[in-house]
Write a protein that binds this ligand. Structure first.
Ligand SMILES: [Fe+2]
Length: 158
């Protein structure tokens, strides 16, 4: 097997880094867990791992949105739309009912990693900086969200 073939076959793995922190402990912890769940996606248990991941995405988005809304973040609505677009994209990907293959699992993993990094390092970080500039008391801990929002409906949970 050539080096190129080995590289193609190697799973696409991105580990959490300290540099992904946005400075809000709860959000950072949830982001970190998302990376762990993306890493755990595998063909053998794909139904279960995808479901667990999406379930946690819904919880995380809800918690993050609650923190933004309750702290009066000016770009809250815009941020909400980004989460919704993500949900629609994932729903599209999962909705075409193709059989799972190693390639398809890796495609999903690659998309999730790229989206997460881009989103965290741009939009979530913007919230983290804004939040720090507000000098208010530490962010309240978001309560587990009721699953009645857009994503919950999108993913068939409610
Ligand atoms: Fe976000």
């Amino acid at each position: 097997m050539t080096a190129e073939a080995v590289e193609r076959k190697a799973p696409y793995v991105i580990e959490w880094r300290e540099g992904f922190k946005i400075g809000i402990a709860q959000v950072d912890q949830e982001h970190r867990h998302l990376f762990t769940l993306v890493r755990a996606l595998n063909l053998q248990s794909v139904q279960h791992t995808v479901e667990e991941l999406l379930d946690y995405v819904v919880t995380h988005f809800s918690n993050e949105q609650e923190l933004m809304e309750s702290s009066g973040y000016p770009a809250f609505e815009q941020h909400l739309r980004l989460h919704e677009e993500f949900g629609a994209h994932v729903a599209d990907f999962l909705g075409n009912e193709e059989d799972w293959t190693e390639e398809r699992v890796q495609e999903l993993r690659r998309f999730l990693n790229k989206w997460l990094i881009g989103h965290i390092m741009t939009h979530d970080l913007r919230f983290g900086k804004w939040h720090a500039s507000q000098k208010h008391t530490p962010a309240p801990v978001a309560q587990p969200a009721a699953r009645s929002g857009f994503l919950a409906r999108l993913f068939g949970r409610g």
